[in-house]
Design a protein around this ligand. Structure first.
Ligand SMILES: [Cu+2]
Length: 110
């Protein structure tokens, strides 16, 4: 009986934890392979967000800065990198550092 009670308690704890995890919004960013940088959807609300960045070029990177956030992929690295950030009110900018004058974008959190 003890084992069943423990299992039931675990299921209850997991059920309580899962919606919180699932609620973290995920946003995708892409840089390369050409001279392009973009986010398919942009965050608009403050709070924890997961950024999945697909860096497709060894000549570019994805660098996001804004209130409380400064995350980037490295220029020579290629691949998918995930960042968890705590977004606050304000404007966030993403650039490719070597080509920041024209490979850039932004979004505003309200
Ligand atoms: Cu670039």
């Amino acid at each position: 009986m003890k084992r069943i009670a423990l299992a039931a308690a675990l299921v209850t704890a997991l059920a309580a934890a899962l919606p919180a995890l699932a609620a973290t919004p995920t946003y995708k960013g892409t840089v390369g392979p050409g001279f392009t940088i973009s986010m398919s959807t942009k965050p608009t609300k403050a709070g924890t967000a997961k950024l999945v960045i697909d860096d497709k070029s060894s000549a570019h990177n994805f660098h996001l800065t804004g209130p409380g956030v400064n995350v980037k992929t490295s220029v020579p690295a290629v691949g998918v990198k995930t960042f968890t950030v705590n977004l606050k009110k304000g404007t966030y900018k993403f650039v490719c550092d070597p080509h920041a004058s024209f490979m850039k974008g932004s979004f505003t959190v309200k």
